[in-house]
Design a protein around this ligand. Structure first.
Ligand code: NAP
Length: 288
């Protein structure tokens, strides 16, 4: 079965490379030619949305947000218009659960099956093929697709009906954002109080305050290296999707609200394309 892959950004490119390494035939499409050329050099086949719809048994999308997935799948000349019956769409983008459900229902009308399967683990996880994949949709379809998902990830968990993968991802990204906020606030305090940040990191990383976020982000913060990684603007998108979903299900999210405000201020000051660990700049010179 040929696999189509649409969206060759920070995450999409290494995911494609891992599929190819694992022996899959992958047709790719993205808007930027340089991104296409990079994965073609590794053995991907350059293509377009219509051809991918006609030729592939399974298509993976890895796009920024719901409106992008809607455009690529449901838009004029999009995947659905060109899809052969029985095509499996696995949307691995992080989008609002309600949009996953809408796209799923439109796909079902045309005999296209869909899972939502967002990921955690960041660019390193995508490069190393160790992503954590959270999946919503039909359980039998998940079992069929799982071996392919595990060529890009270390785990794939079926979380429930369509949209459940993205609901899980919202929970994930709330925890990550607040963990980053806690790390930035705590390390700003200890630094301003005169204790060396490297010593604080060494002292606490093995205790209860230790976390994957601490281990991944403190080295970047101490180096002043905010190359993405995961962009602040994309994290704003996820937190806004969490706030919207909270409103739909009657769940206030006060800390998420505060975190999104901080990220919005940074984005407004021109930091939106920096890594989300750039939240550090809120306490340490955002306007410099
Ligand atoms: P990214 O670097 O901005 O890549 C997204 C890619 O989507 C862009 O490179 C763009 O391709 C492509 N694209 C957008 N609209 C398109 C369209 N209409 N047709 C074809 N291609 C289109 O973002 P990313 O970091 O890879 O993230 C992708 C998704 O994964 C997002 O939902 C994000 O929230 C999620 N995610 C990211 C991370 C992370 O650490 N980066 C971790 C977990 C989850 P061109 O460049 O060719 O224009």
């Amino acid at each position: 079965m040929k696999i189509g892959f649409i969206g060759l950004g920070i995450m999409g490119k290494p995911m494609v490379k891992n599929l190819i390494k694992a022996g899959e035939v992958v047709l790719v499409h993205s808007r930027t030619q340089a991104s296409v050329d990079e994965v073609v050099a590794d053995g991907a086949i350059p293509s377009n949305i219509a051809e991918i719809g006609r030729e592939c048994g399974m298509v993976i999308t890895m796009l920024p947000d719901g409106p992008d997935v809607e455009q690529v799948v449901l838009g004029a000349g999009g995947l659905l218009e060109n899809a052969k019956e029985g095509l499996i769409l696995v949307d691995m983008s992080s989008i609002a659960p309600a949009i996953s459900q809408k796209i799923h229902d439109k796909c079902a009308e045309k005999g296209v099956k869909m899972l939502d399967a967002p990921v955690s683990g960041g660019q390193p996880g995508a490069i190393n093929g160790t992503l954590s994949i959270m999946v919503g949709g039909d359980g039998d379809l998940f079992e069929r697709v799982r071996p392919i998902l595990l060529k890009m990830g270390a785990s794939a968990v079926h979380c429930g009906e369509i949209g459940a993968g993205n609901t899980t991802k919202l929970a994930n990204n709330i925890i990550v954002a607040m963990n980053i906020a806690a790390v930035c606030e705590a390390f700003t305090l200890s630094t301003k109080a005169g204790v060396d940040a490297q010593k604080v990191f060494e002292a606490i990383k093995g205790g209860l305050a230790g976390s994957a976020v601490l281990n991944a982000k403190i080295p970047m913060i101490l180096d002043g290296n905010f190359n993405p990684g995961f962009k602040i603007d994309l994290h704003i998108k996820d937190l806004q999707n969490a706030v919207n979903t909270g409103q739909e299900v009657g769940c206030p999210l006060p800390f998420t609200g505060q975190t999104i405000d901080i990220y919005r201020q940074l984005s407004k000051a021109g930091h939106g394309q920096k890594d989300h660990s750039g939240m550090w700049l809120y306490w340490n010179g955002a306007n410099e």
